[in-house]
Design a binder for this molecule. Structure first.
Ligand code: UTP
Length: 310
């Protein structure tokens, strides 16, 4: 089923047309909230995380968003459907500022959904999107809605790398060494003819390594441009950590087969919305930057921190 695109002008970039957002996970780190509320709809100030990520996908030139959802998480896709009753009420009462806000998500880009019946892992979730791709799509973007990568723009850099070097392009952030064990970590080598020193060749990937085993401090950051051959690799992998089909294992297969895999190191902020600690930081960061909430929050936080110290 297709929704959205009420007033947006479609624009495409030549590396990918479809952005896939896997949103079928159980969100167990966010229980009990996620018993009934999908974590992708939890607001960062007033906007659900998935709308922020959809905005990034639209900015990067994607023409459509494919949300991988699970039975019972219909609200995630409903967020991108026009609500004419609500819109007319807001119009009648002159609340144009709010009207603009509720119209934003349906206007971003065309939205389609596919259902992952069981949470068999991120790799499996991505494989569910294959059925809705057109024959001429030779790559897709994947954006994890848990990850806010800011400022926007890394997907465009990744698309340029794909156009120049082909294959698969991933995104990394440089994390402090003592945090590597929380991430998928890249083994990399420099690219001799790269103009941008933040473009590196990936020679391997290790999931949550011990500090002494980590091949670098470059950690996977939830943005991928995957060559279509990923689907064939996903069919070849066996369940890995936690009995799930891991996207990392399929990427490792591509590397082993000699398929080009590069990474762009993002030198900005990344927030992890998938756990309460990271989510709170993101909310505070966004709120501090808001004209509406920033000044009073800053004042309150300053006062609160003084009290905490005493
Ligand atoms: P996570 O493992 O971070 O999300 O997967 P989760 O499984 O929802 O969270 P916890 O561990 O139970 O707290 C990263 C992304 O992949 C999606 C999730 O929705 C999340 O956006 N995902 C994960 C799927 O779509 N399907 C899956 O089977 C697993």
């Amino acid at each position: 089923m297709v929704w959205g695109m009420t007033d947006a002008v479609p624009h495409t970039n030549s590396a990918f047309r479809t952005a896939v957002v896997p949103a079928a996970g159980m969100g167990t780190r966010f229980l009990p909230a996620t018993k009934t509320v999908p974590k992708e709809l939890l607001p960062v100030v007033d906007t659900p995380g998935i709308e922020l990520v959809a905005g990034e996908a639209a900015d990067s030139g994607a023409g459509r968003l494919v949300i991988v959802t699970s039975p019972g998480k219909d609200g995630v896709v409903a967020h991108f459907v026009e609500d004419l009753v609500l819109e007319s009420k807001l119009k009648e009462s002159g609340k144009y500022h709010l009207l603009e806000k509720v119209r934003k998500a349906p206007g971003l880009l065309e939205v389609e959904s596919v259902v992952q019946d069981q949470p068999l892992g991120l790799g499996h979730a991505v494989s569910c999107a294959e059925s809705v791709l057109d024959d001429d799509e030779d790559a897709i973007a994947v954006l994890l809605p848990d990850d806010l990568v800011m400022p926007r723009g890394v997907l465009e850099t990744m698309a340029r790398v794909r156009q120049k070097r082909g294959g698969t392009v991933l995104c990394a952030i440089d994390v402090p060494k003592d945090q590597v064990s929380s991430y998928g970590v890249f083994e990399v080598e420099t690219v001799p003819d790269a103009v941008n020193p933040d473009v590196l060749k990936v020679t391997g990937m290790v999931e949550k390594p011990a500090i002494e085993d980590a091949p670098s401090t470059f950690a996977a950051a939830g943005r991928y441009i995957l060559d279509r051959s990923i689907f064939e690799a996903l069919r070849r992998i066996e369940p890995g950590a936690g009995g799930e089909l891991q996207l990392t294992d399929a990427i490792a297969l591509l590397i082993k087969d000699g398929h080009p895999v590069h990474v762009v190191v993002h030198r900005g902020t990344r927030h992890d919305l998938g756990n309460p600690g990271g989510y709170i930081r993101a909310a505070v960061d966004f709120a501090l930057n808001s004209d509406e909430y920033g000044p009073s929050l800053r004042e309150w936080l300053t006062d609160r921190l003084k009290r905490a110290d005493s």
